[in-house]
Design a protein around this ligand. Structure first.
Ligand code: SPV
Ligand code: MG
Length: 587
């Protein structure tokens, strides 16, 4: 091994490990004991990882006495191999049994991309070499040679390496025995010899290396003779140095210090700047790759949708039950109305939910939502509330560098079957609304939200595009209603796809400039969009939703909600809810 070999980057991990073992350079391996530390080793610039038995046991909190099973060790290695593309040399202790266990171990390690295994000539279960080493029984030499041969015969990758570790110096059997065993293991097929010493000086290692005289690669673990200059190992012709346990020890002292400090000071303020930032953990976990994959694979590549829920009102006709809370916090079948809505959005993957509160906004449960408050709620209408929310959503998107995405705008007092929202968010149209064609009787309801469309709900025309023409508002109802019966009732759901967002903002800006903006509600926005030439697609439904506008609605909403819950309490309830739903809702 005198001539310098040409440097090359071998393709497979096992080939790279073998190259390190046979190269004329002094090479280094760093201990890792889990996925995170394996990644840290790679980032530090090391070319290979030592899968330390001591460190892997320690991170499980067990002793280095084969207390962790070999399959648990192999599972840990899988995380390490996933987290780092470096070759891993497993510290395989004694091979976890006889020759047959070694055969199976080698096959399993190859399957998980592990580059090699080191086995030591002690008896199973072993004890760490630095604990009473003299008392440790060695394996029978011939039996150990059988293990090496069995391992070599069972590998299918020619570059998989088996390193034979000689424990004769540790156990006090002397230099001659160490050399005798090393030679026997070399002849049995070992790709390298690991000669271990527990002395604080390198004398016996250097003597061994001299006597060995380059018969094969030598690996050392200078944990105890750590003060020896590395140049000494280089000059002695050592192939590879293993830094065997320094990351688990570094982590241990850092954790001890931080735990102690936080416990005694009862605050995080003293440690925050001296520990890894949470973002650093995310980086080591490759969180960015997940976000990119999410954009590629989730929701047909769309940015996750947002929802704006208008929930500022106390609710006319509900004064008796809304003294201390807004309408959206009324309990329906055991949970607040707003929670039903939020759950429905989350079920469709719409997780960025902004709720605009107003009346008793302090009573709104903010779990899983962002609350904005329309402070002027008593003097303003729905569009003023919507404006508060759109400003917030726009700001957030800029902050998150997410200028894409769809937004559902919803009344806060709705209950509906989940397909209604699913179909709405799947609509490709820039704007789309849900209209209930079963509600056309303007006599029995307030004049708001009736919808006139380009065609009625003719199921024979299924698949044809129907566009919204007009929605009745409290202000300008009469003119629209006069001429012909409506085609249904807008239920209070508007989906704005990414393509329509800027156009919605433009129309909102024009409306905001109007002197009467404070009095405008959602129908005025829909009509202004239509007047601006936008097409608003209609998705007809026939019942299957409820609004909560008065005490009567409130009472019936419970039945409807029960029908939405998994395994509805009774079939009677579920059936009743369907009937009620098609009976219509009022606003
Ligand atoms: C290990 O890292 O588990 C080793 C090396 O076997 S030593 O602890 O030094 O024996
Ligand atoms: Mg070990």
């Amino acid at each position: 091994m005198n001539a310098r070999q040409p440097a090359f980057i071998a393709a497979t991990r096992s080939a790279r490990l073998r190259q390190m073992l046979v190269s004329n350079e002094l090479e280094f391996m760093m201990e890792a004991h889990n996925g995170l530390s394996a990644r840290i080793v790679r980032e530090a610039g090391f070319k290979a990882i030592w899968g330390s038995g001591l460190a892997i046991s320690a991170q499980y909190g067990v002793r280095d006495n084969n207390e962790a099973s070999w399959t648990q060790v192999v599972d840990t290695l899988e995380f390490m191999a996933d987290a780092s593309d470096l070759p891993i040399l497993l510290d395989g202790d004694t091979g976890y049994g006889n020759f047959n266990n070694v055969r199976r171990l080698v096959r399993k390690l190859e399957q998980r991309g592990i580059a090699g295994v080191c086995i030591e000539d002690k008896q199973f279960p072993k004890t760490n070499s630095f604990i009473n080493g003299e008392a440790q029984p060695l394996a029978d030499m011939d039996e150990f040679c059988g293990k090496i041969k069995a391992g070599k015969d069972s590998q299918s990758d020619e570059n998989f390496s088996i390193v034979a570790r000689v424990e004769a110096l540790i156990a006090g059997w002397g230099m001659d025995e160490a050399l005798r065993r090393a030679e026997a293991y070399r002849q049995a097929g070992a790709d390298a010899i690991l000669i271990h010493s527990k002395l604080s000086r390198p004398d016996e290692i250097l003597e061994f290396a001299r006597e060995w005289a380059g018969r094969g690669p030598l690996v050392i673990v200078p944990t105890k003779y750590y003060s020896t200059p590395t140049e000494v190992f280089r000059e002695a012709g050592i192939s590879t140095v293993i830094w065997a346990n320094h990351l688990i020890r570094a982590a241990t002292s850092a954790m001890q210090a931080v735990a102690k400090e936080i416990h005694s000071s009862e605050t995080l303020v003293n440690v925050e700047d001296s520990i890894a930032a949470v973002n650093e953990i995310f980086r080591l976990q490759d969180a960015d790759e997940y976000s990119e994959a999410e954009d590629r694979y989730l929701s047909s590549g769309r940015a996750a949708g947002a929802a704006v829920v208008l929930a500022a009102s106390r609710g006319k006709g509900l004064e008796a039950v809304t003294e201390d809370r807004p309408k959206v916090m009324l309990p329906i079948a055991g949970k607040p109305l707003l929670r039903w809505l939020v759950d429905a959005f989350k079920k469709q993957g719409v997780n960025d939910i902004t709720v605009v509160g107003g009346y008793r906004a302090d009573a709104i449960d903010t779990a899983g939502i962002k609350l904005v408050v329309n402070e002027q709620h008593a003097q303003t209408g729905e569009l003023a509330s919507l404006a508060c929310a759109l400003d917030r959503v726009a700001l957030d998107r800029v902050a998150q560098d997410k200028l894409t995405g769809d937004t559902v705008i919803s009344y806060g007092d709705l209950l509906f079957r989940s397909y209604i929202l699913r179909d709405l968010v799947e609509s490709e149209a820039a704007f789309s609304v849900v209209v209930d064609s079963s509600l056309t009787d303007t006599e029995n309801a307030s004049v708001r939200d009736f919808a006139w469309c380009s065609a009625g709900d003719d199921r024979g025309l299924f698949g044809n595009k129907v566009l919204l023409r007009h929605v009745s508002s409290g202000q300008h109802a009469s003119a629209a209603i006069a001429s012909q019966a409506p085609h249904g009732r807008w239920v209070g759901l508007l989906n704005v796809r990414e393509a329509g967002r800027e156009r919605l903002q433009a129309v909102m800006s024009r409306l905001r400039a109007r002197a009467d903006f404070a009095s405008l509600d959602m129908p005025e926005l829909l009509n202004a969009l239509i007047e601006a030439g936008e097409s608003i697609e209609v998705q007809y439904v026939h019942g299957h939703w409820r609004g909560v506008n008065d005490l009567d609605d409130f009472r019936r909403a419970g039945d409807f909600a029960h029908g939405q819950a998994p395994f509805a309490a009774t079939t009677g309830n579920a059936a009743k809810s369907t009937t009620n739903a098609t009976n219509g809702a009022t606003r």
